[in-house]
Design a binder for this molecule. Structure first.
Ligand code: HCA
Ligand code: CU
Length: 393
């Protein structure tokens, strides 16, 4: 556990908030935030990560996703223009159309690296390496549930096949990642031992998948931190959102030393999907706005979400970070007054950084006169403060 520096203001807790007589000579309170990332968090990658955007793989598994080639290309181009580092595509072994689409996207000449996602099987690997991808994401289930009720293989077989597939993909000069499905319900010794084995033979990344969305942030932190101490390769996380932890878990994974986060636009995927791209970006922007602004074309977010929402026929949720219908609307009089003086009082995200504008609601009994005054000024009307305050003005 890393020690937390206590600022002068924190000490007040030790005396139940009452003056102990020493305060007159105490230095003025600092603005130090004890929860911000600390230099001593040497594993922390909150300002040093890559996004593996999986709308065209995990997202294609969303119940209402039926992407045709044109739509896939539009999504790939939009995500590339936004600046994600990787695009993950459905396995070319899944269908003839999946293979053709994968090849077509590889030929677009995008800046993002193109990955495809396959089962840990030589038949799939042989097809994948012929498509023109920059890398292959390999996965196999290791939990007792999947070993017993899905593929039926034991750890010895899984390890042997993983080595064969990884060596084969590497021999083609492209990236390879090895991941275990349902990692959080797999035996920890099995997990660490297979990851150590694949790290030694030169896998580029290992992946942890919370396939059923059962993990909480502390569990994610602990597992990634343990894994960080046994492998030297990069670490990717893939986090399902069944209990609403997708973003929080991704953040904790980065704090613990993960290097790559899987996302999909609006979080679409199996069941309720995975860590959403927009929500993750909001969370990481709050941690380090300059880093996130420099990396991604933030004003494109809304357009990308609308594109995907339309393609899968859903609405953007009203409480979506950044693009939700009320994301930058302020209503109560106390909020409006402070916002009009200084937007940072009630906004951790600056709407203008996302190409959006704030809105101060005025049509309600909770609205204060400051909000009405501001609207009067916007409209170029000439009213005195007394007139603005009058209920019938
Ligand atoms: C699935 C597989 C997967 C794979 C994740 C990964 C999962 O569809 O069940 O390759 O890291 O959630 O386990 O999406
Ligand atoms: Cu998944």
């Amino acid at each position: 556990m890393v020690a937390i520096e206590l600022g002068e203001t924190s000490r007040v807790n030790g005396v139940n908030g009452h003056s102990n007589g020493a305060q007159a000579s105490a230095p003025p309170p600092t603005r130090h935030n004890p929860y911000a990332p600390r230099a001593s968090d040497f594993l922390n990658n909150v300002s040093n990560f890559k996004i593996i955007e999986s709308t065209l793989r995990e997202g294609e598994q969303f119940a209402n996703a039926f992407f045709d080639t044109k739509t896939k290309i539009a999504i790939a181009r939009a995500l590339d223009a936004f600046g994600v580092e990787y695009l993950e595509l459905t396995s070319p072994a899944a269908s003839e159309q999946s293979r053709a689409d994968c090849e077509a996207i590889c030929k677009l000449g995008l800046k993002a690296k193109i990955l495809t996602h396959i089962r840990c099987h030589m038949d799939d690997a042989r097809i994948a390496v012929e498509t023109g991808v920059d890398g292959v994401d390999v996965v196999i289930g290791t939990s007792s549930f999947l070993r017993e009720f899905s593929h039926g293989k034991d750890m010895a077989y899984i390890t042997k096949t993983a080595i064969e597939v990884i060596n084969f993909v590497k021999s083609k000069g492209i990236e390879v990642r090895f991941s275990t499905e349902d990692s959080f319900r797999s035996d920890l010794v099995d997990l660490l031992s297979i990851y150590q084995t694949v790290d030694k033979i030169g896998v580029n990344r290992v992946g942890i998948a919370d396939t059923v969305g059962c993990a909480n942030p502390r569990q994610v932190y602990d597992l990634i931190r343990t894994l960080r101490s046994v492998v030297s390769c990069d670490i990717e996380v893939h986090l399902h959102n069944d209990t609403g932890m997708g973003i929080a878990n991704a953040y904790c994974a980065l704090e613990a030393g993960a290097t790559h986060i899987d996302t999909s636009v609006l979080g679409i995927g199996e069941r309720v999907g995975i860590t959403p791209l927009g929500g993750l970006v909001a969370c990481l922007y709050a941690a380090n706005p300059e880093y996130v602004k420099a990396k991604y074309n933030l004003p494109m977010l809304r357009e990308i979400e609308n594109l995907v929402a339309e393609a899968v026929e859903v609405n953007v949720p009203f409480m979506n970070p950044i693009t939700g219908y009320c994301a930058f609307t302020h209503k109560a009089g106390i909020h409006a007054k402070a916002i009009l003086n200084n937007p940072s009082t009630y906004e951790i995200l600056k709407p203008e950084d996302f190409g959006l504008t704030r809105y101060v609601s005025i049509g309600h009994r909770l609205t204060g006169w400051n909000a009405v005054k501001s609207r009067v000024e916007q409209l170029g009307l000439k009213l005195t403060d007394d007139q603005v305050r009058l209920p019938d003005c």
